[in-house]
Design a protein around this ligand. Structure first.
Ligand code: CTP
Length: 399
């Protein structure tokens, strides 16, 4: 969580600058206030108007603006923040930072600050690998500046290699780690299930559901942020693997259970996956064919193993804390309380998935935590914020 944190974002002039717009949004989702400074070159890639509208504040650009100066001096500007982030950081701004230059507002702020600085480099692969850049990076690292990325991959300039801006969730995680060195779950092991399961019918067809995996992935990341060693067992989703988490990709409920068992022992298990209740009895080894005039095939379903109930069953391997989810459309507390007893888990995170709530696939969630001590409704929040709050509660329970 970044609630109450003030982040000063310096956007430098590279093609990845457009991703800084997404970064602003994700930081705000986590509760941060973001103020931005654009370098002169950055203004060729993103407009001050877009940055101002998204960050809901002024955009600082001009070293000698009387208006900015009268509202807040340069030094004040950099010092009122908890962290300065340079994303994307070009080879040029890294060189200027390493040389201690103050040739425009962005570099002046970076030189004047007494706050931690994190940079997310993004540039052409040859520029990144150039001895000059590598020497600048070494200088900056030696001064305590944090780095996230760059990543390896296909680049806008049609080359392949290191130089891509780190993914936005990874930049957010790095920011959180820099700002919250609190690691109450260090030394603890967690298993999180996430996403849908996919139950095969034949080699090309399957039964699945609409779970996006956003909540489960956010929980895995939040537990890792607090220092836990997390195994995320995920059905197929469109999401990137969260940073700092070990991810096991599975398809069916049976595979998901096997992967969870393999990840034991664990201190906590959070079952956020939308596991199919039934699988196909006999999966056809060849693609089912239509017979002209023939009847459609009959598919017999058999119950899938209940992963939550299995992990909750008493025994030596039972995690100390097992958390399940309940998706309800009515009588939320009543149904979720009954589910907690039925599954044998410690907590149930109950959420309203009626169409009006827009939870499935959406970015926000309103949950009620059902535990031994009753029902605790949480305010509606982003899935990241719900995950961070749950991770905090887990850390308290395991401490
Ligand atoms: N779960 C599981 N394995 C299953 C089925 C469910 O681990 N085979 C877990 C889910 O990850 C979730 C909880 O059990 O934590 C949900 O329980 P479930 O009985 O599936 O309830 P709902 O999906 O909420 O719906 P309903 O009660 O209507 O079946």
């Amino acid at each position: 969580m970044l609630a109450g944190k003030k982040i000063f974002l310096v956007i430098a002039g590279g093609i990845a600058a457009y991703k800084s717009l997404e970064l602003i949004r994700r930081l705000q989702d986590r509760g941060a206030t973001v103020r931005c400074c654009l370098t002169a070159n950055a203004r060729e890639f993103v407009t001050p108007m877009a940055v101002s509208a998204l960050s809901q504040g002024p955009v600082y650009m001009d070293q000698f603006s009387l208006k900015d100066e009268s509202e807040m001096g340069h030094i004040e500007l950099s010092r009122q923040s908890d962290l300065l982030v340079v994303a994307p950081a070009t080879a040029n701004i890294l060189a200027r930072m390493a040389a201690g230059m103050a040739d425009e507002l962005a570099t002046t702020l970076l030189l004047a600050t007494d706050k931690p600085v994190l940079v997310a480099p993004a540039m052409n692969v040859r520029m990144w690998l150039h001895a000059a850049t590598q020497a600048n990076v070494a200088t900056l690292k030696a001064r305590g500046i944090g780095f996230v990325g760059p990543e390896e991959g296909a680049m806008a300039c049609n080359e392949f290699g290191p130089g891509r801006l780190a993914e936005v969730p990874d930049i957010v995680s790095a920011i959180e780690t820099m700002l919250n060195p609190r690691r109450p779950l260090a030394g603890k092991r967690a298993i999180v299930t996430s996403g849908p399961t996919v139950e095969p019918i034949d080699p090309v067809r399957f039964i699945a559901n609409r779970s996006s995996g956003k909540q489960g992935h956010a929980i895995a990341r939040a537990l890792a942020d607090l220092g836990a060693a997390v195994t995320l067992v995920s059905g197929p989703t469109a999401l990137d693997d969260p940073a700092g988490v070990s991810v096991v990709h599975v398809e069916s409920a049976r595979d998901m259970l096997a992967a969870c068992r393999a990840a034991l022992p664990a201190d906590v298990a959070v079952c956020a996956a939308a596991v199919a209740d039934w699988g196909v009895d006999t999966v056809a080894t060849q693609k089912l064919k239509k017979e002209p005039g023939g009847a459609p095939p009959a598919i017999r379903l058999v119950p899938n193993p209940d992963i939550l109930a299995t992990l909750s069953a008493p025994g030596n391997a039972r995690p100390r804390l097992v958390v399940g989810f309940a998706a309800e459309t009515e009588k939320l507390v009543e149904h979720a309380t009954a589910k907690r007893a039925r599954k044998g888990c410690d907590w149930i995170v109950a959420n309203d998935v009626s169409a009006a709530a827009g939870t499935f696939g959406g970015d926000s969630n309103q949950v009620t935590l059902i535990s031994e001590s009753g029902a605790d409704p949480w305010p509606a929040a982003s899935k990241e914020a719900v995950a961070a709050r749950l991770a905090d509660r887990i850390a308290e329970a395991l401490s």
